[in-house]
Design a protein around this ligand. Structure first.
Ligand SMILES: Cc1cc2nc3c(=O)[nH]c(=O)nc-3n(C[C@H](O)[C@H](O)[C@H](O)COP(=O)(O)OP(=O)(O)OC[C@H]3O[C@@H](n4cnc5c(N)ncnc54)[C@H](O)[C@@H]3O)c2cc1C
Length: 382
């Protein structure tokens, strides 16, 4: 097993390091205050090819490996978690259903603009009564007038409401076979479609720059070519997409942990109490040493899940383990980093407080950590 980066991956990491440090990081404090999705930065990332990360060149992407994507995320997430969150949602759950399950016409029409960085993708699964239990969605798509009539309500949907958004790929019930299980299909609904409206941007504890909204579908009619693949396979299409999203959240968690470790180490070395830097106290040293050790362990899990995907091997269990381990680590490490900063770390405008607020959602999005436990336990045969 070799996780060492190849030449294109190394170049990508350098590109992301420079862009993150020079363009994203200086704007992070203001972006946090403004709580607005920085689409100008995302457009710039698009011009650098970063929005088509996991899409082959044929469809306008750069065909990067998953390992390369994780390594790139480690750089982007260090600078600003909101930008990184919007970016990763676009690259994985926002784009992959179109690539993996769309036909060539659908890829040309919707995937290419996403991969070329001209538009932002969104993934519409969650509903007010269906989060962890995806099968419980109520949004319906019914055959009507040679197409489909969609009615329903989605919540917490990221990237659908910005000035760069193209619309959403959503999951809807398409029927049930008598008394058998319900069937689901994946549909594209474009921005501006009649009957498609959305609420205002929701306010989270962290990820303040991420545009997350409620979406409403009131007799939205779409033609047949807006259905991705089989009208009965939507649920498995969405669940497969989430597996990649979990690697991405794990990578985001690594970047957050690295960021708070760096901040805490720097602060500990310069903050003097009892006549010496607090980094001289063993209690502080052990926190930092534990963070660094756990980070290395989480990194190996995450790169291994990415490597398995690149090798075309099953990676569902490993992606769940990576997400579980790395997101738990991120919330713990962020809390310890605030502790090392003392009262200063509690103040909202410090970078460490920003990361602390950004950390919690990593244990919730793309399947809560309880759901990751279920996925892992199922893989163990439970
Ligand atoms: C900032 C943000 C962005 C998001 N972006 C998107 C997006 O772009 N697209 C999208 O579709 N969704 C998105 N989501 C939704 C997210 O995926 C869901 O919030 C998540 O899946 C959990 O669903 P829920 O909130 O309904 O919680 P629930 O499913 O109601 O869970 C509540 C609690 O019960 C626990 N629980 C539930 N079932 C079980 C069980 N069987 N065993 C043990 N514990 C259980 C959960 O783990 C959790 O702790 C986003 C959420 C946030 C916060």
């Amino acid at each position: 097993m070799d996780f060492s980066l190849r030449e294109p991956e190394r170049e990508l990491v350098e590109l992301c390091r420079g862009f993150a440090q020079n363009e994203i990081a200086p704007r992070a404090p203001a972006a946090w205050q403004e709580a607005r999705c920085p689409t100008d930065l995302l457009r710039e990332m698009g011009r650098l090819g970063l929005l088509g990360m996991l899409v082959p060149e044929r469809w306008g992407g750069i065909g990067m490996s998953t390992v390369g994507f994780v390594a790139a995320m480690e750089q982007i997430g260090l600078a600003d978690q909101s930008v990184a969150a919007a970016w990763q949602a676009h690259v994985t759950i926002g784009s992959l259903p179109l690539y993996l399950f769309g036909d060539d016409g659908q890829r040309e029409r919707w995937l290419r603009p996403l991969a070329e960085g001209r538009a932002l993708g969104a993934f519409g699964l969650t509903e007010p009564d269906a989060g962890s239990d995806a099968r419980a969605i109520r949004t319906r798509a019914e055959r009507h007038d040679g197409g489909w009539l969609i009615n329903g309500h989605k919540t917490f949907i990221s990237n659908a409401g910005t000035d760069m958004s193209f619309g959403v790929t959503l999951l809807a019930r398409t029927g049930s076979s008598g008394d058998g299980p319900p069937r689901y299909g994946s549909f594209v609904v474009e921005k501006g479609a009649e009957g498609f409206t959305m609420g205002s941007k929701m306010r989270g504890i962290g990820w303040r720059g991420l545009d997350t909204r409620e979406l409403y579908f009131d007799d939205v009619w779409v033609p047949d070519d807006h259905l991705l693949g089989d009208p009965e396979m939507g649920l498995s299409q969405f669940l497969r997409t989430l597996e990649v999203g979990r690697i991405s959240i794990a990578a985001l968690s690594l970047s957050l942990t690295q960021a708070v470790l760096d901040l805490a180490t720097g602060y500990a070395r310069q903050r003097v109490q009892f006549g010496q830097p607090i980094a001289k106290f063993q209690a502080v040293q052990w926190k930092l040493a534990d963070m660094a050790t756990e980070l290395e362990a989480a990194r190996w899990l995450t790169y291994r899940a990415a490597y398995l995907r690149d090798e075309g091997q099953p990676f569902q269990k490993e992606a769940a383990m990576a997400k579980l381990k790395a997101s738990r680590l991120a919330t713990w490490a962020a809390s310890e980093a605030v502790q090392i900063h003392g009262g200063l770390g509690y103040m909202m405008d410090t970078p460490v407080a920003r990361f602390y607020c950004d950390a919690k959602v990593l244990e919730i999005g793309e399947g809560t950590n309880e759901i990751q436990h279920m996925v892992i336990a199922r893989a163990l045969g439970c």
